[in-house]
Design a protein around this ligand. Structure first.
Ligand code: AMP
Ligand code: MG
Length: 625
């Protein structure tokens, strides 16, 4: 490719309305500004550089490229910048990139140009596709043949405004890039701040050094949780999905209501809309019915004194009316006249106010929430067909141990079926992760290294079970330590205790690692109390564990100095308050105790034995599992 054939145009002319109208390109970012990151990545790919900007022109000029202000006065969108750019373009091709894409690919121009040549097209634009997802086009990353300016100008003159609309009738090719993160653009100041730090700022040792009296061999649960929380980084990649497909996903941005819901004052009942001041003080009053209003069919009739309008639920309140008499409260009524008794309703009753559900401009849903059925409805009521969600977290997992057999294999002397693989599968599935199930890996260094590397190169997080305690045949710890920054803890808890945590790296890719113990109950407890929060944090979700309280119906023996997680059964006590009893055998290998339980009783470090009737913390399974 001849880079000299292409001019690079940085689109920095937007209003940055989602950042509070700041000039996006000039926002400080990783020790320079966003636009400087874009310039640095674009410069080697193109010949002349141009910047489209409408504010802070001198600052942009200081970067050494001509700064073009929009020639269309009334439209601030990216096409205005493109049009101006094409007018000033001195090369046969123009490549546009937005000023808020500091990670743009270094082979952007080369790949778009090659596609343009190969298909004899006049427009080539970038797209990305994540596993199992629809292709996501990025039409502002676009290479255009400069002589197509008249097509764009004609489109704009007709009022066309869509970035991907103007080349509808031209030959355009989509070029799919692998690295979706490279096209990530930064739309809010929060996102910007979140990315401010390079991905992995600290080592585990640095993070752990903030803990008073840190001892990896006697680490309290809350310190382990804190180190994990501070070390883990969110995976930031947003995709738009169809409304229904957003169920259970993590909302990536605030959903701001563009409208009032409901849009108008309307009736909450089938009945008669009237002016509250006309209601009788005593005796009865008869109203003349002057019109009928159905939902979706407003009436222009304005009832006068002593007049009313028959109205159906959801019907827009006629001008001047502030109350609705439900039809069953009328003494008599038809489409001609209605009689009502004093005291049947009060003025203002049965009227729904415009905006009482949602006000235009307010955040209907906040970023970070896991989308529930009501949220689907809420988004629909705002007219949103597509929802920005975090991309699914990819989690790879495997079990370690020579004694483990997979279902279907004969169960030899001293062997057990691998059950952790299934519980971990279930727990990850419930969290909405994309799952890479790697099965059983033998306790041998080569197999373990292979598995860890594969997991690391394909996933954001890795969960293993077994091999992190002191057993002689366990190479797991040794291999984990070789591949990255991993620490091995003895956590003050039961069940559980051994836990490996850190970040492993292979061929330039890294993943957070949770090495859970092997015992089937310990695996679940460690997953819920350590891995779950971390995975949710990586997903950008905000969903803390819902610890509640219940009265213990029995005495529970407990040693202070460690956290105990007992399996419990919660029921409604005689006085209506929740009451919990234990499931019986609590051994860390007794998985049945988990299945019998409907909650976990959490007895904290400082707590001693519990007397019957004491309140204890519980984690209900319903809504979690
Ligand atoms: P480890 O931490 O590897 O010493 O394992 C502790 C105990 O958990 C041993 O009794 C293992 O047999 C058992 N165990 C380890 N992994 C699994 C698994 N995937 N499924 C069922 N039991 C397991
Ligand atoms: Mg083992």
């Amino acid at each position: 490719m001849e880079a000299g054939l292409i001019s690079g145009l940085i689109l920095a002319g937007g209003r940055g309305s989602r950042m509070g109208n700041v000039d996006k390109g000039l926002q400080p970012f990783r020790s320079s500004t966003m636009v400087e990151h874009v310039l640095a990545r674009l410069r080697p790919q193109v010949g002349p550089l141009l910047i489209s900007a409408n504010r802070n022109l001198d600052t942009y000029r200081a970067f050494g490229a001509p700064v073009l202000t929009d020639e269309m006065a009334d439209f601030p969108g990216p096409l205005a910048g493109l049009e101006t750019g094409l007018r000033h373009c001195t090369t046969p091709y123009l490549l546009t990139v937005p000023c808020d894409s500091p990670f743009l690919p270094l082979d952007l121009a080369a790949r778009l140009f090659a596609a343009l040549q190969e298909h004899d097209a006049v427009v080539a634009y970038a797209a990305t596709q994540e596993a199992g997802m629809l292709v996501q086009p990025h039409p502002v990353f676009c290479l255009v043949r400069a002589d197509r300016l008249p097509v764009l100008s004609a489109y704009l003159a007709q009022g066309g405004r869509r970035v991907d609309g103007w080349y509808r009738d031209l030959k355009a090719v989509e070029v799919v890039f692998d690295d979706a993160d490279a096209f990530r653009n930064i739309n809010t100041l929060d996102e910007l701040r979140g990315l401010e730090q390079p991905a992995f700022p600290a080592s585990l040792a640095q993070v752990a050094s903030c803990i008073n009296g840190y001892d990896p061999n006697a680490l309290p649960v809350r310190d382990a949780q804190r180190i994990i929380r501070e070390f883990v980084q969110p995976v930031r990649a947003v995709e738009m999905v169809a409304l229904r497909a957003s169920l259970g996903r993590v909302l990536a941005r605030d959903m701001v209501s563009p409208i009032n819901v409901p849009a108008h004052d309307n009736s909450a009942m089938d009945g008669y809309a009237l002016r509250g001041a006309d209601l009788p003080q005593d005796g009865v009053a008869t109203f003349k019915v002057v019109d009928i209003v159905y939902a979706g069919k407003p009436s222009a009739v304005v009832p006068g004194p002593g007049e009313c309008v028959r109205i159906m639920t959801g019907g827009v309140m006629p001008a001047g009316c502030d109350s609705v008499l439900p039809q069953e409260f009328a003494d008599s009524g038809d489409d001609v006249a209605m009689t009502v008794r004093a005291g049947a309703i009060r003025a203002g009753d049965n009227r729904r106010l415009a905006g009482e559900d949602l006000k235009a401009g307010s955040a209907a849903l906040k970023a970070g929430r896991i989308i529930r059925p009501s949220d689907l409805g809420l988004c629909a009521s705002l007219g949103f067909a597509e929802i920005p969600v975090q991309r699914r977290l990819r989690v790879a997992f495997f079990s370690t141990g020579d004694e483990l057999r997979s279902i279907g294999e004969p169960l030899g002397e001293g062997c057990v079926y691998d059950s952790n693989r299934y519980t971990i599968y279930g727990m990850l599935q419930r969290l909405g992760c994309e799952i890479i199930d790697m099965g059983v890996v033998r306790d041998n260094p080569e197999a373990l290294e292979d598995a860890l590397r594969t997991a690391c190169e394909n996933a954001d997080a890795i969960i293993t079970s077994g091999g992190v305690s002191v057993g002689a045949a366990d190479y797991t710890k040794q291999v984990m330590a070789q591949l990255g920054d991993v620490t091995f803890w003895k956590v003050g808890m039961r069940p559980g205790r051994p836990l490996a945590f850190g970040r492993v790296t292979s061929n330039g890719r890294s993943a957070f690692l949770f090495g859970l113990p092997g015992n089937p109950v310990a695996v679940m407890v460690s997953f819920y109390f350590f891995a779950r929060d971390a995975l949710l944090q990586m997903m950008g979700a905000n969903a803390p564990l819902p610890l509640l309280q219940a009265r213990s119906s029995e005495a529970i023996r407990k040693k202070p100095g460690r956290t105990e997680y007992q399996r419990g059964i919660i029921t409604r006590g005689a006085d209506g308050t929740p009451e919990v009893r234990l499931t019986g055998a609590q051994g860390s290998g007794i998985l049945r105790s988990m299945s019998e339980a409907n909650c976990m009783v959490v007895l904290h470090d400082e707590q001693g034995s519990v007397a019957a009737g004491d309140m204890v913390d519980i984690l209900p399974f319903e809504g979690l599992f």
